[in-house]
Design a protein around this ligand. Structure first.
Ligand code: ADP
Ligand code: MG
Length: 460
């Protein structure tokens, strides 16, 4: 399905160019159509500005990854713009990118994209500071704890563990801690590292016989900020190595800060002794901001860009971008960029124009786990608690697999989140369910149409 390809594409480019670009630009567009005969993919942008921006900067990315995902060696990408008339489509919007043999050009393109947009790992981001972070009821505890850590590093809350959904400011706080400590004491050796980079670093150190250097590097640090620690899940050897680093830090009263999308106990595939250590200090959470905080964040971000946002615009944007702060910021940046490039003053009309394409996508996303499981249960006369149970009764197992399949297909949630929602099932169980149902649909037309009817019910 095209929307699956699009989700996969977003995941891949997020790795490559960072989530900021994805939220700001790529999520503003969607895959409109894949014309398999002409090997042409149509990408729809909400307005001309976004279209041109993306076409000029990210065309190579689209070609590179979409040709892989679509299993074709050469793909044409045509960017369309929502505000233009359909009949004009083909003539006026001929941003036709010549087909290229992807294999030969993959490497250099990949490098260029990486160099210019990729955030440099390990370095602190100077703009993520305490004074650029807006405090609201959703994050005040985490903020206070993070700030306290900078005043009593290693002795007060060690480790500090901050968890919450994506795009809510965890990474920002980690960098803020690092920046504040670094400013206070220049000689302090602070390392910001994502857990998946840590895993790679560890694996490479083994592969290239550099484990000693790896150990030494971590031994020499004073402060360690580990982002998205849930990625250590299932990486036994890396956990082992990390366990020793943790102990050395802890014993020496050196500060460690973790972020994660879930509570320590919910991280599957983590050695018990490591899991318990994550809770040794203070565990705090971050939630989605309420409207007032969203407005305050927008105004602050605008001010950082030297602009003033009035209440009317701020409120409009806050209502439109509902999922997280990253999305909120992405919308704002698009509006500011549009105003500045078209030399127009900021106004509600302008904001509405820039964010025009956003509503439809919102509705798609609003299909949630509850709705899916509710309708699946209703159809087959089960309760949610049955789906969450460990019972493997034949029919129940199948219904559970159907629920997993639809949750994967119809939302952009991760396998892990699906597993957790259904009674902490392992993500491999969800993959298995997805594959099994997919195969059954192919073999059994009747089953396929039942499932289709169920899907339509959910979409209603
Ligand atoms: P996470 O790590 O939780 O996924 P990030 O820290 O990357 O989220 O935050 C996403 C974006 O939102 C960043 O640009 C960050 O500066 C911004 N942001 C999140 N929360 C706040 C806040 N309370 N005040 C200001 N900016 C915020
Ligand atoms: Mg983060």
């Amino acid at each position: 399905m095209l929307s699956d390809i699009w989700q996969d594409f977003l995941k891949i480019v997020k790795e490559e160019v960072g989530s900021r670009v994805v939220e700001t630009w790529l999520k503003a567009v969607s895959l409109e159509q894949w014309d398999i005969d002409c090997k042409t993919i149509y990408v729809k942008a909400p307005n001309l500005f976004v279209k041109e921006w993306i076409a000029s900067k990210y065309t190579a990315l689209f070609q590179l990854h979409l040709s892989r995902l679509l299993n074709t060696s050469e793909v044409k990408v045509i960017f369309l713009c929502q505000t233009e008339e359909k009949s004009e489509k083909k003539q006026s919007l001929t941003t036709i990118i010549p087909a290229q043999k992807s294999v030969e050009i993959d490497q250099p393109q990949f490098q260029v994209a990486k160099k210019s947009y990729h955030y440099q790992y390990g370095k602190l981001n100077p703009s993520y500071r305490f004074d650029t972070f807006v405090v609201g009821p959703n994050n005040s505890l985490s903020y206070a704890a993070a700030y306290a850590v900078t005043e009593a590093s290693g002795t007060l809350y060690n480790p500090l563990y901050i968890y919450g959904g994506s795009g809510l400011g965890k990474t920002h706080l980690l960098h803020a801690i690092g920046n504040a400590l670094q400013e206070r004491e220049e000689k302090l050796v602070v390392l910001y590292q994502t857990a998946d980079r840590f895993v790679n670093e560890f694996i490479n150190s083994i592969r290239f016989n550099k484990y000693h250097q790896f150990q030494q590097k971590y031994r020499d640090l004073d402060v360690l900020l580990i982002d998205d620690i849930q990625f250590l899940s299932g990486k036994e050897q890396t956990q082992e190595a990390f366990f020793h680093i943790f102990n050395a830090f802890y014993d020496a009263h050196k500060q460690i800060v973790f972020s994660s999308d879930i509570f320590p106990r919910q991280i599957e595939g983590l050695a018990e002794r490591l899991r318990s250590r994550l809770e040794w200090g203070l565990v705090t959470d971050i939630h989605k901001p309420p409207l007032e905080t969203k407005i305050a964040i927008l105004k602050k971000k605008a001010a950082i860009h030297g602009e003033t946002l009035n209440d009317e615009i701020a409120e409009y944007v806050a209502h439109k971008a509902d999922s997280n702060v990253r999305e909120l910021e992405g919308s704002l940046i698009r509006i500011l960029a549009y105003a500045s490039l078209t030399k127009q003053p900021l106004s509600l009309e302008l904001a509405q124009k820039v964010l025009a394409g956003q509503q439809a996508k919102k509705e798609e996303i609003s299909i949630d786990f509850n709705k899916i499981t509710h309708l699946v249960c209703k159809r087959y006369s089960y309760r949610l608690s049955d789906l969450r149970s460990t019972s493997r009764a034949k029919e129940l197992s199948l219904v559970r697999q159907i629920a997993m399949y639809l949750m994967k297909k119809m939302t952009d949630k991760s396998l892990r989140e699906i597993g957790i929602f259904l009674g902490r099932k392992d993500h491999s169980t969800v993959i298995h369910a997805f594959e099994k149902i997919e195969q059954t649909v192919k073999k059994d037309a009747l089953f396929g149409s039942t499932l289709k009817a169920l899907e339509e019910d959910i979409l209603r």
